[in-house]
Design a binder for this molecule. Structure first.
Ligand code: FAD
Ligand code: FES
Length: 253
């Protein structure tokens, strides 16, 4: 993990309220994998804490992350012009380790799709991805060409304005008997992950499942304990350092 001053190459809107920022590293930061994140300054001195954003694309020394404008930090970030310098701590956390699996089911919703795209990009030439991707509505749909690197892609929207109407967990369950899954990887809103865990238990689907959790963060490097989540055995884990990717059975959702 390195704390680098990076130069913004581009920062553009890719869907309603969603931006992709690409920055160039001054030097290689080593390998980066889907699930890992960047703790990025926002460019505004008033937002001292950095924002954790999942690595989405890595091309040479250029790294892209995508973000939804939510509060003050991401709003300011959306105004940052190419050429600006930002501070980036990267790569942070663990990743979706799919090395031992060939057939991978991907379940993603909202901004959770970005780290999953990094995993698909990394492995789609040698492994098969069966992706179930949920957006709020047609205006939120983005990075279709990246998602389409999957062997099978199902897109859902809450209102049916694009793809199937409904949620991604139901879409996967409908297909589960016909999809050869060695592992499931998932990232999305807490309610999506909670439902996924319940349904896998109810349907007795024993496929290993790894989820990436989203918690508010401070340091992003394991020191401040802002990001602690509860583990299934009643203990605690730091999402930034012990995660953000966990076996779904090891964490309380
Ligand atoms: C590992 C990880 C990966 C993430 N990847 C992405 C991504 O790829 N794209 C994306 O759009 N969002 C992602 N998020 C969520 C993103 O970090 C928050 O939406 C963002 O920090 C909100 O900042 P803000 O200034 O807009 O909101 P504010 O509410 O103004 O932020 C105030 C404080 O709360 C923290 N905060 C607020 N919401 C969250 C949240 N949901 N998670 C963590 N910290 C939060 C901020 O870091 C800041 O310290 C990720 C979160 C985590 C933990
Ligand atoms: S954000 Fe500081 S310990 Fe995780």
């Amino acid at each position: 993990m390195k704390d680098l001053s990076v130069t913004v190459k581009s920062n553009k809107k890719i869907a309603e309220n969603i931006y992709m920022i690409t920055f160039t590293l001054p030097e290689g930061a080593g390998a980066m994998h889907g699930g890992q994140f960047v703790n990025l300054s926002t460019g505004n001195g008033a937002n001292l804490l950095r924002r954790p954003l999942g690595v989405c694309m890595v091309e040479g020394d250029d790294v892209s992350v995508c973000y939804q404008v939510k509060g003050g930090g991401t709003k300011y970030l959306s105004t940052v012009e190419p050429g600006r310098k930002l501070q980036a701590l990267l790569p942070c956390g663990n990743w979706f380790d799919v090395d031992d699996y060939e057939h991978i089911v991907v379940i993603g919703g909202g901004v959770g799709i970005f780290p999953l795209i990094a995993t698909i990009r990394e492995h789609y030439r040698t492994k098969s991805f069966y992706s179930y991707i949920g957006f709020r509505n047609i205006d939120a749909v983005c990075l279709y060409n990246e998602l389409a690197k999957s062997k099978k892609l199902t897109i859902t929207t809450d209102d049916g304005s694009y793809g199937e109407r409904g949620n991604v967990v139901s879409a996967y369950l409908k297909d589960a008997a016909n999809v050869p899954a060695d592992v499931i990887i998932a990232c999305g809103p807490p309610v999506m992950l909670k439902v996924l865990k319940q349904k896998l238990e109810e349907e007795k689907i024993k496929v290993p499942c790894f989820v990436s959790l989203e918690e508010r963060m401070g340091c992003g490097m394991g020191a401040c304990l802002v990001c602690v989540c509860k583990t299934s055995d009643g203990g605690n884990a730091r999402v930034c350092r012990d995660g953000p990717v966990f076996n779904i059975n090891e964490v309380q959702l």
